[in-house]
Design a protein around this ligand. Structure first.
Ligand SMILES: Cc1cc2nc3c(=O)[nH]c(=O)nc-3n(C[C@H](O)[C@H](O)[C@H](O)COP(=O)(O)OP(=O)(O)OC[C@H]3O[C@@H](n4cnc5c(N)ncnc54)[C@H](O)[C@@H]3O)c2cc1C
Length: 379
């Protein structure tokens, strides 16, 4: 048993590792080329209860804690960043606003099937003019009788097309900036709601990302989540959750890259000996291992803070900043250790390096994380 993890969490890690090794690893490279959405993996995740790990059992989830979820995402990310991101967008970003602020009726209707893995969730905050500055949201929601009328668009949204339920933000009081934003539930197939262009991305090819359009899209009045004009703090709370999950993805991907670099360094012979025997390479490996260990320790600590109900906004931003930059650095070094082969699609580290870059951008860029941290430090 590890210092941080209970026997049950170690057991979950074992199940996730087995799934990743047996079901993801054999086809991950091929699926990266085709770019298809990994429905078989999603179905298996649903069977294993990985799509609602930290959702209470009464709402269809496994009733485990955030740390358990981190351990599972970490194992999955060792083989596929795409699947880890799909789960993160579904659970941390999509389900959590409903768990935090949803009415009992909303929870039964949307959260239960999501936690059971019967339906996928998506979270739409980003817009063409509102990325880091989420307060710049232009999508509007106007109450007309018993319905909200939504107009506007979202971009860079994960799980588009595949998701059945979309949690989005819209301005309900355009004069009030951040204090005039509310959160809504939109069901796939609602008239006036359309999925737009799918992005051709640098990496994470098996996660679907792109645009959403709302043109006089009418949804029931009851689809408002939480209080009117309180969507912004709700999404910030969701982003704190998301930053833990995306850091678990960073730790897992970095570990996956290190494992492959170690194996390659022991195998590859130059100047009559394995390259692992050159100090330059061995020291890269040492530093990669150290950086991952620091990030993992932070990850488990912040997850525990969250599980114990302590405030963790600053720590989540620190964790996300450190682990995402660390993962990019580790993947870059893993490619370097592979030499020319590292630049080839035949070797997984090439995919890992492409996939890793999202980590410093999504769910608060590195610069935005520094804004959050410095805000706390200077307070
Ligand atoms: C693969 C992928 C998946 C995504 N999935 C989702 C999703 O599911 N849902 C969703 O809502 N969004 C999603 N996003 C969007 C993502 O959250 C945004 O891309 C991110 O928040 C940055 O916004 P932006 O792209 O508009 O960049 P901008 O905000 O335009 O930033 C551009 C640059 O300026 C810097 N910058 C901006 N403001 C400041 C400042 N005040 N101080 C210092 N530097 C600053 C940024 O750090 C960045 O380096 C996804 C993005 C990607 C790439």
């Amino acid at each position: 048993m590890s210092y941080f993890l209970t026997e049950e969490q170690e057991l979950m890690r074992g199940i996730a590792r087995e799934f990743a090794k047996c079901e993801i690893a054999p086809v991950a490279k091929q699926l990266d080329v085709t770019g298809e959405f990994p429905w078989d993996w999603i179905k298996k995740c649903a069977e294993l209860n990985f799509l609602g790990v930290s959702i209470p059992e009464e709402y269809g989830g496994a009733g485990a804690d955030c740390l358990s979820e981190c351990v599972i995402i970490e194992e999955i990310a060792k083989e596929s960043g795409s699947l880890a991101l799909i789960i993160d967008a579904h659970t941390s970003l999509g389900c959590m606003p409903l768990l935090f602020e949803g009415t009992e009726e909303q929870k039964q209707k949307y959260l239960v099937p999501a936690a059971k893995g019967e339906k996928l969730m998506s979270f739409g905050l980003t817009e063409p003019g509102a990325g880091s500055d989420a307060g710049g949201t232009k999508t509007t929601a106007v109450l007309d009788g018993d319905e909200w009328v939504i107009n506007g668009s979202k971009c860079w949204i994960t799980n588009i097309g595949a998701a059945d339920t979309y949690i989005i933000t819209a301005k309900t009081d355009p004069e009030k900036g951040n204090r005039g934003i509310s959160a809504f539930i939109i069901e796939k197939g609602t008239p006036g709601f359309e999925v737009g262009k799918f992005e051709k991305k640098m990496g994470l090819n098996n996660s679907a990302t792109g645009e959403l359009f709302f043109r006089n899209c009418r949804i029931p009045k009851e689809n408002l989540i939480g209080k009117l004009n309180k969507g912004f703090p709700l999404f910030l709370k969701g982003l704190d959750e998301g930053r833990i999950a995306i850091s678990a993805m960073a730790v897992g991907m970095a570990q996956g890259a290190l494992d492959r670099a170690v194996a390659y360094a022991k195998e590859r012979v130059q100047f009559g000996r394995p390259i692992s025997q050159f100090q330059a390479i061995a020291f890269y490996l040492a530093e990669m291992a150290m950086q991952i260990e620091v990030a993992r320790t932070m990850l488990y600590r912040v997850a525990k803070m969250r599980d114990e109900g302590l405030p963790y906004t600053k720590e989540a931003a620190m964790l996300k900043l450190f682990s995402s930059e660390m993962c990019c650095w580790v993947c870059d070094k893993a490619v370097q250790i592979h030499g020319g082969n590292g630049y080839s699609r035949e070797f997984d580290v090439e995919r890992f390096m492409r996939d890793a870059k999202l980590l410093t951008i999504g769910e608060g860029t590195s610069e935005v994380c520094k804004l959050v941290i410095s805000g706390h430090v200077l307070a």
